[in-house]
Design a protein around this ligand. Structure first.
Ligand code: EPZ
Length: 422
């Protein structure tokens, strides 16, 4: 397993290009199932999760051509001849559940393995099931697979989510496009990735209104056509790299960055003493002084502070002036980066869903372990400003969601290299 060695090297400066959003691409790809005409995605990120989704769609019989070194994905749902999403693939990536809605809507049947838990939480799929049942499907859990059927097709209905779920909203939205009649999704997720999916589905001929608000209305159509759609900028990669100059000092411009994708996060950076300026090429980030102020953070569904940036924010707050309190309200076990940061001299006390961070002057480099995607990059961020070397092991977690980390950070002056493992 490869590891990444990063050495504290002072202020960063320069530009970092931001890729297309992993979490948009992972729901846009299954949308290809909904049509026999080609769906082409541009600005696709080059990530192992995208490769896993490609393998899954191909196992269902779809054609997926990866062009221009993976930046373009040309897919066609025409060949779909297998309606079973196998455990061996699904267990590698929870987003596999996003083939459920499209398979049911287009083919009237689906067998999708339950994904199983992951490091950050149990990650149930009951809300996905509830959404499909609200559209008239029958679902049964058997041998670890969700067996779903809608022999007479899906019917429009009211889907009222008790809690906000990004994935369940995406499954419901995709399924409703081909359901007979009108569907209303209440307490829908409002993330930019949902808005991006709605734009793509509309380009394919879907009739959707209200995306980005808590209520989305879909008028089912008989069939969908093809489209070419650019994947929206990855706001989580964007926020991750915005924290690099915030932690080390210096000034970095994130190319393609848009403040509207991360307003709550930018407000928190401002409160901590970090300036974020929108330019016509992206977002410029610069600390106002040598010190970061302690701030309190509570993760929430969009437009609140994103849970996917909690670990990275904690890395910055380890050397802030004073005590910060982070509340993780979305997932039940998303502080596994804390013990690793403590190995670097941080002072973090975790009690259930709350982490208290008491700022220290400097972190010290140390060998640490990546435990999940966002934890792994928070350790790299901490290493950028630590004294000495930090070696982050198990960076396969990183490859799931960040393309070319070493290249991008070296480009702004970081001392960082990837070490081939056994
Ligand atoms: C998406 O996961 C993202 N993944 C996650 O990003 C992100 O952290 C999460 O949304 C929240 O923003 C993708 O888009 C591929 P949820 P998802 O359904 O859809 C509970 C990353 O780092 N829940 O909004 O799985 C669930 O347990 C990943 O890129 C149910 O109870 O998240 C959680 O507590 C990590 N029943 C809460 O809802 C369900 O049926 C929010 O989960 C579904 C979810």
């Amino acid at each position: 397993m490869d590891s990444i060695l990063v050495t504290g090297n002072g202020a960063l400066s320069g530009q970092i290009p931001i890729a297309g959003a992993k979490n948009a691409c992972l729901t846009l790809m299954p949308a290809a199932i909904l049509s026999d005409d080609p769906l082409t995605l541009t600005n696709a990120p080059r990530l192992s999760d995208i490769k896993t989704m490609t393998t899954l769609l191909e196992s269902l019989g779809l054609e997926v051509a990866s062009l221009q070194n993976g930046k373009v994905l040309a897919m066609s749902g025409r060949g779909a001849n297998n309606l079973r999403a196998d455990y061996d693939i699904v267990r590698k990536m929870r987003a596999s559940i996003l083939v459920l809605g499209p398979l049911l809507a287009r083919h009237g049947r689906a067998e999708v393995s339950l994904p199983g838990g992951c490091a950050i939480g149990a990650r149930p799929v009951d809300l996905h099931q509830r959404a499909m049942e609200a559209l008239g499907a029958e679902l049964e859990l058997r041998d670890g697979y969700l067996h779903a059927s809608a022999p007479n097709g899906l019917k429009g209905g009211i889907i009222d989510f008790p809690i906000v779920s990004v994935g369940a909203t995406e499954n419901a939205l995709m399924a409703a496009t081909l359901a007979k009649g009108t569907t209303e999704i209440r307490n829908a997720a409002r993330e930019p990735e949902i808005v991006d999916l709605a734009h793509c589905l509309r380009a394919m001929g879907a009739q959707i209104s209200g995306e980005g608000t808590s209520t989305i209305t879909i008028q089912g159509v008989d069939s969908l056509g093809g489209a070419t759609h650019p994947v929206v900028t990855d706001r989580i990669e964007l926020g991750t790299y915005m924290l690099a100059p915030a932690i080390t000092g210096g000034e970095v411009e994130l190319l393609g960055g848009r403040r509207d994708l991360l307003a709550a996060f930018c407000d928190k950076l401002d409160e901590a003493g970090v300036d974020v300026t929108q330019t016509n090429t992206g977002l410029k980030v610069k600390r106002r002084s040598d010190h970061i102020k302690a701030v309190n953070v509570t993760t929430e569904p969009f437009p609140g502070f994103p849970t996917d940036l909690q670990a990275q924010m904690m890395a910055m707050l380890c050397t802030a002036d004073g005590e910060s309190v982070l509340e993780e309200t979305i997932f039940e076990n998303r502080f596994m980066h804390a013990p690793e940061l403590n190995r670097m001299g941080a002072k973090i006390d975790v009690q259930g869903g709350t982490a208290k961070v008491t700022g220290v002057t400097r972190l010290k480099g140390a060998p640490v372990m990546a435990t999940d995607l966002r934890a792994s990059v928070s350790l790299i961020l901490a290493g950028l400003a630590a004294d000495g070397d930090t070696k982050v092991a198990r960076v396969y977690h990183l490859d799931r969601g960040y393309e070319k980390v070493v290249t991008k950070l070296r480009g702004v002056g970081a001392l960082i290299e990837r070490i081939k493992g056994d």
